[in-house]
Design a protein around this ligand. Structure first.
Ligand SMILES: Cc1cc2nc3c(=O)[nH]c(=O)nc-3n(C[C@H](O)[C@H](O)[C@H](O)COP(=O)(O)OP(=O)(O)OC[C@H]3O[C@@H](n4cnc5c(N)ncnc54)[C@H](O)[C@@H]3O)c2cc1C
Length: 498
């Protein structure tokens, strides 16, 4: 078997890039080791992810996917593809052993709206359904998608030779009893989401240890999770001030150990996960999970009647990084090249950027010289973005014990994200735009300086004066890019959509 481009991994990233290349006339095959629908994590979309997806859809005439860019059109066109509305980001700070405490000035809360209404909302993606839809759409676009096929190894010669293991049709057989075969391709895109089969063939370096962020996760899906609205109201929270329903969001419960996400789908299932900053615990996952929730009574109240719909998963350290991310005849999508952390949901948006950039590079096909230049640039930009993302996220962890300090630091993320969204919407975004506006040296420089200062500040006691000074500095720093009133103390951490 042979093709021009082989894509390893049939998540939404792999099938989307395959569709873009097929639209350009490339003979593309996607090799996916599992069979759709299959569980995947990475469920919370953002405005930027949707805007880039929309641009990709329009450029490569993939209109079948257009309804997925907004909650309202999604529900109308694909009522069976399960999702939930995401109106923004909500954060609530908890103290161990104490119920959640709400204050009239919202000092333990932060809500940042991402869209103006439920109809125009972003979405929580039930990845099993969404990735299956992407896969079906890819097939309809002429992409060959082979499921139940693992890429075991890759050999790089004049053409690529991929060693495959085709899962046996008989589901009771072990994978090892499947059929081995090989496949040749001119170009390989690794969309495997990590553990790259290209590792040895192209000499990838593991650079995960150089990342400052350190976290791991435990997660599952649950039925019967009580709404935060109910629990927060009972705790005296003034929900009338919330710019959107806090549950229709990427809901972050900030804890001493890290944070807990809750993402609600419309069919009564909620994705719940804990991101923890320690290096790991012995004992069963269930015990660790139970002990964590017992420390936070209000979060425990949300989970008191919750039942998992699938077993809990406990990861090792989440951070990973492979370098480089591209060569003359291969490329890694962002999700294969690195992962930092789910905080602020940057993963899927960055994947969309990677798909868009690679697809543009393929417009030079068959001019491999021009492509090589583009791929070199793809790698440099991705590395620069990872170097930006790691401090951006790690800074949030440095500030995690003080919600006001965390709220101030997250404004760099929101300023970069919102400014990038505006550039997409008004048509001023350029090919050279970096993820979250990180290409802008002035913006990037301010974030990096603030990160280093934050590291110094959090070495000592963080009192109200320290927080106030840091918040004023953030406000001044982001001023050139802040068109929506971020950092306004009068908003008291409640930011409606503007
Ligand atoms: C705990 C956690 C929470 C996250 N939360 C969010 C979030 O809320 N929002 C967000 O934007 N991002 C989030 N992310 C990131 C998100 O998961 C990724 O951005 C996204 O999954 C990337 O999509 P992808 O299609 O590139 O890769 P994946 O979704 O990882 O898909 C890779 C596919 O490749 C297949 N595969 C792997 N190896 C092989 C092989 N050798 N041969 C054949 N097939 C193979 C796999 O079976 C899989 O289907 C999270 C990540 C983690 C770890």
């Amino acid at each position: 078997m042979r093709c021009e481009v082989a894509v390893i991994g049939g998540g939404f990233g792999g099938t989307l890039v395959a569709m873009c290349l097929a639209a350009q006339g490339r003979d593309v095959i996607v090799l996916e080791r599992e069979r759709h629908p299959r569980f995947a994590i990475g469920e919370s979309s953002t405005p930027l992810a949707n805007l880039v997806l929309e641009d990709i859809i329009r450029t490569y005439s993939l209109e079948a996917l257009l309804p997925l860019c907004r909650y309202g059109t999604w529900k109308h066109s694909y009522p069976k593809v399960r999702c939930g509305p995401k109106r923004g980001f909500s954060f609530f700070a908890h103290e161990p052993g104490r119920p959640f405490e709400a204050f009239s000035d919202h000092r333990t809360e932060l809500l940042v709206a991402a869209n103006p209404s439920q109809d125009l909302a972003d979405t929580q993606w039930l990845r099993s359904d969404v990735d299956a839809l992407f896969s079906e759409t890819a097939k309809a676009q002429g992409v060959r998608v082979l499921e139940g096929v693992s890429v075991l190894d890759a050999e790089r010669g004049r053409r690529w030779k991929l060693a495959l293991l085709q899962e046996a049709e008989d589901a009771s057989s072990t994978p090892a009893s499947g059929r081995s075969q090989s496949f040749s391709a001119d170009f390989v895109i690794d969309a495997s989401g990590g553990a790259s089969p290209l590792h040895t063939a192209v000499g990838l370096t593991d650079a995960g240890e150089s990342l400052a962020t350190r976290s791991r996760a435990i997660f599952s899906h649950f039925e019967g999770v009580e709404t935060w609205h109910t629990v927060c109201s009972a705790a005296g929270g003034n929900l009338d001030d919330h710019p959107f329903p806090a549950d229709d969001a990427a809901l972050h419960h900030m804890t001493r150990e890290g944070w807990i996400w809750m993402l609600r789908f419309d069919h009564g299932v909620t994705s719940v996960g804990a991101v923890l900053t320690d290096d790991g615990k012995s004992g069963s996952i269930e015990e660790e999970w139970k002990a964590l929730f017992e420390r936070y009574p209000s979060v425990a109240a949300q989970m008191s009647a919750a039942l998992p719909t699938r077993p809990l998963v406990r990861t090792s350290r989440l951070q990973r990084r492979l370098r480089p991310a591209a060569g003359p005849d291969w490329a890694l999508l962002p999700g294969a090249a690195y992962f930092i952390d789910p905080l602020l949901s940057p993963g899927n948006a960055h994947t969309m950027h990677g798909v868009e950039r690679l697809s543009r590079i393929f417009e030079s096909w068959p001019d491999r010289g021009a492509m090589a230049v583009g791929l070199d640039e793809y790698d440099s930009r991705l590395q620069a973005e990872v170097d930006f993302m790691d401090p951006l996220i790690h800074g949030c962890y440095l500030a995690i014990d003080s919600l006001p300090l965390l709220a101030a630091y997250t404004m760099y993320y929101f300023a970069g994200a919102i400014h990038s969204e505006e550039r997409r919407r008004d048509g001023t975004a350029e090919g050279a735009d970096g993820f979250l506006h990180s290409h802008d040296e002035a913006f990037r420089g301010r974030v990096m300086e603030a990160y280093h200062d934050l590291a110094d500040i959090t070495e000592g006691p963080v009192d109200a004066g320290v927080v106030e000074a840091f918040a004023s500095r953030v406000a001044a720093d982001i001023e050139p890019w802040n068109t929506t009133g971020l950092c306004d103390p009068e908003r008291q951490n409640m930011y409606p959509y503007k």
